[in-house]
Structure formats: structure tokens, C-alpha cells
Design a protein around this ligand. Structure first.
Ligand code: ATP
Length: 457
């Protein structure tokens, strides 16, 4: 059943808190704006997405390797990469209500060129007041390394994970002796002092990124760009099961692209609060390695074993925000339909129809009664399922209907009910979350039954 977009975010935010996906951060101290705690189901969902990504793009490919580089690096990295000068957002304040906005967002909303520096005619969207001139605000978080807060000890929290991979390139090149193309992947935290954080976990000041720097021969950039565009589509539509109707692959015109980018496509999602960026794909040419080569005075070129030529590889960079992936996975699969209540009437049912591989809990084992040996059989089945690596919950509280509702709301694909016959027929009933169809399966065959379905997705 379609959910009104205005209501969808509120429904989702309250479901996330009530059921343990995402809570407001630092809540017992009155909260801390735009910080969020991932609860038991949220952190498991995030882990499942992270694992699916790593498996698909690192473990299952021979041309991509993984790394883990630090959040705090030598500050020279950020000087060379250009972040100290240009990693900024254009900021305006309302002179009347003092609210703060990103100028590029206001320009975009007005249908104008987002990169323009001319706001003429645009007023404060909140109070129609006059806006200040545009100022550039650097997004890097500053910190101090060591015991004194001395200017010479200033360092930065990384604003993106990519820089660490460029800095480690020389060591990766020299330790692996691989041919190109070679991708380097990393998952980790990035920090940005965002001017306008908000919309739940869409824009926060600390977030996780999953990035690949795909190093290619200089002439191979355009073809590799197309390949990664295809990979990003498959990820969105085939793994996350996002409807293509909710996705836009937005070719960024040259006037709005970073100057070093030969081509950029933003993958956008139709959030309830508007069509906005989910992921990015950029052809960064040889910009980053050239800058680091110049600043570090190290030779970062690649010696081509076929031609004996030395060149700086070009780089295709697909970037996935992990928290935005969690958000779209929740939004895309949140549904309300009808189920039969205890009294036999139809009542609304809220359900998260996650793809089974991403669901935080795969199976719930529910004894129909707390007596008659049913809890023992159910507990044993739950523990067998866990020993197969299947995340399983055991629940004997409340009525069976309430227990089903709870599992529907956390997106558990299968509920297994152990009933009075189970002791004699050694079987239990498996209920499918989406069709609500029930199937009787021999208890000893249940782990295999679940594994078979998980492996198909
Ligand atoms: P935006 O235009 O939304 O500010 P961006 O173009 O600055 O994003 P990139 O620098 O391309 O973003 O970052 C890559 C990815 O990291 C984004 O596509 C997004 O998924 C994620 N991301 C960026 N900023 C944030 C943030 N503040 N909170 C959560 N995720 C973010």
C-alpha cells in the first residue's frame, strides 16, 4: 500500500526508535543535534550491507583489493589534495531569522545553476528575509595531535576515505606487482562539518563511506567509467532491490563538476524529502596522484610491464555512502498492508520487506505455548540455526499474532512456529513474511531450507 511521503519519514523515524534500528544520539543528555546511535537491528542491517558490498566488490573480484587507512593522517595530505583550499560549501545566512543555508541548494531549488555565485532574487525560504553574501565554509574538522593545543600540532579528521587510498598507492603498487586495472577499496568513517545536516541519517557530520579507487591506463578511463556505472546499477537494483523508478542517474554538466573531473554521475534516490544524491561516480583522471607526486616528491607512476612505459594511472571513483544506503534500504522496503488480527478482522500491518540477505534477523523461532516441551524444542532449533550462521531470535512472550507483528516490523523473512504436533511429527510451520503463506517442514531439514533460500538471493 503506498505511504504518503509526508508521513513516511515520521513513520520510519519512530519505527526505527521503537524497534531498535536507530535512536537519537546522546539522548539522556538532551541529545546532540544530528547524531544517531545505531541500535541492535540497525547495526546488524548496516553490517549486512557492508559485508554484501565487500564480498561483491572485493572478495569476489580479482581486480580489487581492500585497505584500511587512518582517519587522522599527515596534514600535508589535505594540503596536497586541495581539501584545505577547496573542500568547502557555499554558505549564506538569513539576516533576519539567522537561519543558515547552502547557497548551492537554494540555487538548485530555484532551478538555477548550483555553481553560480549570484543569488539575485533569492530570499530566505523560512522567513523571506534578505540573505548575506555567499561565503565559503571549509568542511574539514580540525583537531590537535599530542598534549598541547599548539597550531603546529593541528591535524584533520578525514573528509573522505579516498585520500588514504591515494597516499597508500605507492606501497600497494610495490607490494603487489599487479597489472592495471587495479581497484583499491575501503570502508570507513568520514567527517564533515556540514552546514545543513538533517533528514535523519541522510546528512550527518560523521558517516561511513564505501569507496573504490579504480586505477586504469590513461586511455581506459571512459570504458571503466561505463563498467562501474553498470556495477552501481546492479548494486542498487539487484542487491538492494530498489525500484528503478526511484533512481536517477544524473549526468553532472561540466559547469557544475569539480574542475579535475572528466565525467561525474550522481546516483539519486527519490527520498520523501526530494530527489537527492545517494552515490557518486567520477572520472578523476590523474589529478590526485599527480598532486601527491608533486607534493611528496615520490614517483607515483606505474611501470607498464607490457610497454615498459611509465605513467600516472587515471582513476575512476565510485563512492557509496553507507548510512544513506541504510536509509534507502529502510525507506524502499517499508510497507503497510493488512493482516488478520486475533479477532479475525483485518488490521494494518507495518512490514519491512528487506531482501533476505540484508535482513538483520533471518529467522524467529516461536513456541506456540510456554509449556508442553515446546520451548525446549524451539530453543534447540534456534541454537542449531545459529550454529549454521543464521541470525535467529527466540521469542516466547505475548500472543503469536503480536510476535509475528514484531518480526514483520524488523523485517524478519521467516517465522517458525513450534506447536503441539511438533513433538510427535518432528516438524514446524514456517511463515513467509511477504506472502504470509505457511509451510510445514521437518525440523531437521529447516537449516537447509533456510540456507537454500538465502543462497538464491
Ligand atoms: P552532497 O552533495 O549530498 O553533500 P557530496 O557530493 O558532497 O554529497 P561526496 O563527496 O560525493 O558527496 O561523498 C560521497 C558519498 O558520501 C555521497 O554520495 C553520500 O552517499 C555520502 N555522504 C556525503 N556526505 C554525507 C553526509 N554528510 N552524511 C551522510 N552521507 C554523506
Amino acid at each position: 500500500m503506498p505511504i504518503d511521503p509526508q508521513k513516511k519519514m515520521d513513520l520510519l523515524v519512530s519505527l526505527c526508535k521503537r524497534r531498535g534500528f536507530v535512536y537519537p544520539g546522546s539522548e539522556i543528555y538532551g541529545g546532540f543535534a544530528n547524531s544517531w546511535d545505531y541500535g541492535p537491528y540497525g547495526s546488524q542491517l548496516k553490517k549486512n550491507i557492508r559485508d554484501a558490498w565487500w564480498k561483491r566488490f572485493v572478495e569476489c573480484r580479482e581486480d580489487v583489493v581492500g585497505v584500511e587507512t587512518p582517519i587522522i593522517m599527515n596534514p600535508k595530505v589535505w594540503e596536497a589534495s586541495g581539501h584545505l583550499d577547496t573542500f568547502s560549501d557555499p554558505l549564506v545566512d538569513c539576516k533576519r531569522c539567522k537561519h543558515r543555508f547552502r547557497a548551492d541548494h537554494l540555487l538548485e531549488a530555484a532551478g538555477r545553476d548550483a555553481a553560480s555565485t549570484d543569488l539575485s532574487g533569492i530570499v530566505c525560504p523560512d522567513c523571506k528575509g534578505e540573505l548575506t553574501e555567499i561565503r565559503n565554509f571549509n568542511l574539514l574538522f580540525k583537531t590537535f595531535v599530542g598534549v598541547t593545543e599548539d597550531a603546529k600540532d593541528v591535524a584533520y579528521l578525514r573528509g573522505e576515505t579516498a585520500a588514504g587510498m591515494f597516499v597508500a598507492w605507492k606501497n600497494i603498487r610495490d607490494s603487489l606487482h599487479r597489472r592495471l586495472p587495479l581497484g583499491v577499496a575501503q570502508i570507513g568513517k568520514a567527517f564533515r562539518n556540514e552546514i545543513t545536516p538533517g533528514n535523519f541519517i541522510f546528512r550527518t557530520r560523521e558517516f561511513d563511506q564505501m569507496e573504490i579507487e579504480y586505477f586504469v591506463k590513461p586511455d581506459d578511463g571512459s570504458a571503466a567509467f561505463e563498467t562501474w556505472l553498470g556495477e552501481m546499477k546492479t548494486w542498487c537494483e539487484g542487491i538492494l532491490k530498489i525500484s528503478p523508478d526511484h533512481l536517477t542517474y544524473h549526468e553532472i554538466p561540466e559547469s557544475e563538476r569539480a574542475f579535475y573531473s572528466a565525467r561525474t554521475i550522481d546516483v539519486e534516490y527519490a527520498y520523501p524529502f526530494g530527489v537527492k544524491e545517494l552515490y557518486g561516480l567520477a572520472n578523476r583522471t590523474d589529478y590526485d596522484l599527480s598532486r601527491h607526486q608533486e607534493a611528496s616528491k615520490e614517483d607515483l607512476r606505474f611501470l607498464d610491464p607490457e610497454t615498459n612505459e611509465r605513467y600516472i594511472p587515471h582513476v575512476i571513483e565510485p563512492t557509496w555512502g553507507l548510512d544513506r544506503t541504510v536509509l534507502v534500504t529502510l525507506l524502499e522496503h517499508l510497507d503497510i498492508d493488512e493482516a488478520e488480527s486475533a479477532t479475525g478482522d483485518a488490521e494494518p500491518r507495518m512490514v519491512l520487506r528487506f531482501p533476505a540477505v540484508l535482513a538483520p534477523i533471518k529467522v524467529a523461532v516461536l513456541p506456540l505455548q510456554k509449556k508442553g516441551g515446546l520451548p525446549e524444542i524451539a530453543r534447540e532449533l534456534a541454537s542449531t540455526l545459529r550454529s549454521h550462521g543464521i541470525t535467529t531470535e527466540y521469542d516466547e512472550s505475548a500472543s503469536i499474532g503480536k510476535r509475528y507483528r514484531r518480526q514483520d516490523e524488523i523485517g524478519t523473512p521467516w517465522c517458525i512456529t513450534v506447536d503441539m504436533e511438533s513433538a510427535s511429527d518432528h516438524a514446524a510451520t514456517i511463515r513467509d513474511r511477504d506472502s504470509m503463506a505457511q509451510e510445514r517442514v521437518a525440523i531437521e531439514e529447516i537449516p537447509g531450507w533456510i540456507e537454500e533460500r538465502l543462497s538464491k538471493i
